[in-house]
Write a new protein. Structure first.
Length: 140
């Protein structure tokens, strides 16, 4: 009897560990690329309702980053194209600002991946609370 109980507990621990690893995989994939994000959506959608929460949190944060990055690219292109018509030096001076914003975007991505690997549901600094409120029921 006792031997069966120990084996059942070990099996439960293994299955919990596999679920946690699957959740972490979904969360990390969400941040890595657009293709990784799509794969993470598919993997998270195949889970039961109660198992989706961790992956859904990181999917929302990653979607917010993707939207923010796309908006940044569009605004950057429009501003640089407009300024290029007036002055080459004015347009090239914006490259420094673009570099700073790109570095910040990369730091947000690393922060999200780090939290996903550690199994934490921490919002991204500065922008994470906006993503959480705007996308609150997405991926659930």
């Amino acid at each position: 009897m006792e031997k069966e109980s120990v084996e059942e507990k070990e099996t439960e621990n293994i299955s919990v560990s596999n679920e946690q690893e699957s959740d972490k995989l979904v969360a990390v994939l969400a941040y890595l690329s657009l293709i990784g994000f799509i794969i993470a959506i598919v993997l998270n959608a195949s889970k039961k309702e109660e198992d989706k929460k961790f992956g859904a949190f990181h999917l929302r944060q990653a979607l917010g980053l993707l939207i923010l990055g796309l908006a940044f690219l569009v605004v950057d292109a429009v501003i640089k194209t407009t300024l290029l018509a007036f002055s080459m030096s004015l347009a090239s001076s914006l490259n420094f600002i673009s570099f700073i914003l790109s570095t910040l975007f990369l730091a947000f991505t690393f922060f999200g991946v780090w939290n996903a690997i550690n199994g934490e549901e921490k919002k991204l600094p500065l922008v994470g609370h906006y993503f959480a409120s705007l996308l609150k029921n997405t991926f659930e």
